[in-house]
Design a protein around this ligand. Structure first.
Ligand SMILES: *[C@@H]1O[C@H](CO)[C@@H](O)[C@H](O)[C@H]1NC(C)=O
Ligand SMILES: *[C@@H]1O[C@H](CO)[C@@H](O)[C@H](O)[C@H]1NC(C)=O
Ligand SMILES: *[C@@H]1O[C@H](CO)[C@@H](O)[C@H](O)[C@H]1NC(C)=O
Ligand SMILES: *[C@@H]1O[C@H](CO)[C@@H](O)[C@H](O)[C@H]1NC(C)=O
Length: 359
């Protein structure tokens, strides 16, 4: 999206907005500022494209967190690659956590799914030298800065598509973060679906369970897109192929997902296609009605590595007259099922709509 297009879009959104408190009637609403902590990563790259092509969101900054790869320099380059593709060099990229909060990093297989460069070896174009990370702050410092000072009517939405280290570090710097920026959307964990790096553990939580435990108990209004919904939002080979000829963004997605699709076949036994992990987090914000959300208290297992239960995210799903209702501070909502048809349509429409705008 060009800067001009965005400016026009924002102007239009601002002009069309009803006076505050007039109720969220149909139609345009002011774009919500969003800060994305990410480890790009093939599915992260798709999520960034989705954020950049969604008028409901205004991407304020990208914070890099280790995860899919250990090499945060490479992860930052991948984020810059997506921004260059979208003509959005104005979005700053801040470097963040290079290792888990308190324990060593145990690579749980990220490069096997994302390639050693994080984008499946599909993209080698040199970045313009003007495009660089912003070293004035760390990702955690930027989160705190933005949550304290952003003057938008609604505080920035925090989105985590990586281990939760950056958010945990931001909480260390500013314990009032859940009051300043209450809304946190994250990709991580699983409730009933099988795990992907352990029996019941998912990579983003398992790569830094201490950070996940800290963040999930901090009091954010949290929406969790875990494997229960991300595995259920399957993109078939033919769906991916149909993106290829749409436009530059579609061609990019097709190219970077070749490796990812093959890895899901060879390493995880799937017939074809791929699950939609990180973009589901944004889709949950963009189209909440397509998700069934359940509010439960949650506990994260931080047993020492190695352990089969380390990284297990365990919500207390008991209900009924003999069980207590969730405590008032149980503000974590888990996506348990999804209308995948509907969210796939939205994803495709958003990618399709970029044609005239991306460079
Ligand atoms: C990390 O990635 C950068 C950019 O691709 C590369 O120059 C550097 O050598 C990598 N570092 C390591 C330790 O592999
Ligand atoms: C880096 O970020 C800071 C804080 O957001 C901003 O003031 C500064 O202009 C940025 N630097 C560059 C080179 O964009
Ligand atoms: C995707 O790969 C094809 C074949 O290598 C290439 O022609 C095309 O430019 C690539 N698309 C993007 C957006 O880089
Ligand atoms: C799922 O979404 C599609 C497309 O929006 C809609 O036609 C369908 O009725 C929805 N299914 C359910 C079960 O709500």
């Amino acid at each position: 999206m060009s800067y001009l297009t965005l400016a026009v879009l924002l102007h239009w959104a601002t002009a069309a907005i009803a006076p505050a408190h007039a109720g969220a009637s149909a139609g345009a609403q002011r774009a919500r500022p969003v800060i994305i902590s990410t480890d790009p990563g093939i599915d992260d790259a798709i999520a960034l494209l989705l954020a950049l092509s969604s008028p409901e969101l205004e991407l304020r900054a990208i914070g890099i967190n280790f995860g899919s790869l250990k090499n945060t320099t490479q992860l930052a380059q991948n984020a810059l690659t997506v921004l260059a593709l979208a003509g959005r060099e104005d979005v700053p990229v801040y470097l963040g956590a290079e290792r888990p909060l308190s324990q060593p990093f145990h690579d749980l297989g990220g490069p096997k799914f994302h390639g050693t460069d994080g984008l499946g070896g599909a993209y080698r174009a040199a970045l313009p030298p003007s495009l660089a990370v912003n070293r004035s702050m760390s990702a955690a410092e930027f989160i705190v800065h933005a949550c304290r000072h952003d003057a938008s009517p609604k505080p920035p939405l925090l989105v985590s598509l990586a281990p939760l280290t950056n958010v945990a570090l931001a909480l260390n710097l500013e314990p009032r973060l859940p009051e300043l920026c209450p809304d946190l959307y994250l990709m991580g964990g699983t409730v009933l679906a099988p795990g992907n790096v352990g029996f019941l553990s998912e990579a983003n939580v398992a790569n830094d369970p201490e950070a996940a435990a800290r963040v999930l108990s901090a009091g954010f209004h949290t929406r969790v897109a875990g494997l229960d919904v991300t595995m259920a939002t399957w993109l078939s080979h033919s769906f991916l192929a149909s993106l290829q000829d749409l436009n530059v963004a579609g061609s990019f997605i097709w190219n970077i997902t070749r490796f990812y699709e093959r890895a899901h076949h060879e390493l995880a036994g799937f017939e074809g296609g791929m699950p939609l992990h990180d973009p589901s987090t944004l889709l949950m914000f963009l189209q909440e009605r397509s998700y069934e959300l359940k509010r439960w208290p949650v506990w994260v297992d931080t047993s020492p590595f190695p352990s089969v239960s380390r990284g297990l995210m365990l919500p207390d799903r008991r209900g009924g007259p003999l069980s207590p209702p969730p405590p008032r501070d149980a503000t974590v909502h888990f996506g348990m099922s999804v209308n995948a048809t509907s969210v796939r349509q939205l994803l495709r429409a958003r990618i399709a709509a970029t044609s005239a705008e991306f460079e």
